[in-house]
Unconditional design. Structure first.
Length: 311
């Protein structure tokens, strides 16, 4: 699992760019305004990728460390009476054409979405969608998560009749550059740049940079100062490596394939449904995949991240 900080670039479409995208991977969030004649404003939020066949979208989530927050700036969401929290059925457009621009979340569809799964769902408030224990997802093998034209995957459409824009932050889970369970915390705004969120991964990288600086200082010191400085660098390195190991491995409880809840040798829909069925339960059960004492969105993401045959 990897979590990275991304930056915001604003313009006609607000684009969140990763710090580096030299290889195929998720490269950012694109927010596109949509024109229509119905008297309210609409934006579509996309995940942008750069390699066919190696990248795909899996989940948008809110966790305790990376909360979900999407809100209207200075107003309320437009929510059609015939709509819902996922894309509408296209057959309704003939009688309700404005429904095509309703507010909803999705992975990859503007209408007729049969694949997006909502878990721990709080629902839209009048002007805010937020949670630290929710996700909307497709399974990692579902074609709906594959980038479409322009290497984009739609994550949601958000409309307002009285607001000036939208802003938000959430954790996304992707297959990026062929690597499963890649996680990025992203922020966006249609009006102004956002401050990048600091992830655990970012903290570890910062620690590595500080240790590197310490090594340079160490090499420049006299022999008398060398021993004391070496101890400081050694302690810092140990702390950094321990943090990186804990971040990368989590608390798997010693099981070889903890996400294989039913023990059939594959991580698949049955395991995902098991997490959903045990949602909110305490620890000590197989559904608590990461062993943190609660069955919640983190276990859901871990199952999706380990999808397929167990090693």
């Amino acid at each position: 699992m990897r979590s990275r900080t991304v930056r915001v670039v604003t313009g006609v479409a607000a684009l969140l760019l990763a710090a580096s995208s030299a290889s195929a991977e998720f490269i950012g969030i694109e927010v596109v305004p949509v024109s229509h004649p119905y008297g309210f404003s609409t934006w579509r939020v996309y995940a942008a990728f750069d390699a066919v066949g190696q990248d795909r979208m899996v989940s948008v989530a809110g966790t305790p460390s990376d909360p979900l927050s999407i809100e209207v700036i200075g107003g309320t969401f437009y929510q059609h009476g015939s709509g819902g929290d996922t894309p509408p059925d296209s057959f309704l457009f003939a009688t309700h054409p404005e429904l095509e621009y309703d507010t909803f979340v999705t992975i990859g569809k503007l209408a007729d979405d049969t694949a997006t799964i909502l878990v721990g769902w709080p629902g839209f408030d009048s002007s805010y969608l937020g949670s630290t224990n929710t996700a909307w997802s497709v399974t990692p093998d579902d074609p709906q998560g594959e980038p479409a034209a322009g290497m984009l995957v739609l994550l949601g459409q958000f409309s307002t009749a009285d607001g000036t824009g939208i802003s938000g932050a959430f954790l996304i889970q992707t297959v990026s550059d062929g690597v499963p369970d890649t996680r990025d915390y992203v922020t966006f705004s249609t009006e102004s740049p956002a401050i990048p969120a600091v992830s655990t991964y970012g903290i570890v990288i910062l620690a590595a940079l500080l240790v590197g600086a310490g090594v340079i200082v160490l090499l420049r010191r006299s022999r008398r100062q060398w021993a004391k400085s070496a101890i400081i660098v050694l302690v810092a390195s140990t702390i950094m490596l321990a943090g990186a190991a804990a971040f990368a491995t989590g608390q798997a409880g010693g099981r070889d394939c903890p996400a294989d809840i039913d023990g059939d040798g594959d991580v698949d829909m049955s395991d995902l449904l098991a997490v959903m069925a045990a949602w909110g339960s305490g620890g000590g059960i197989p559904e608590d995949v990461n062993g943190d004492g609660m069955v919640d969105v983190l276990d859901w993401l871990d199952v999706l991240g380990a999808w397929g045959t167990c090693p």
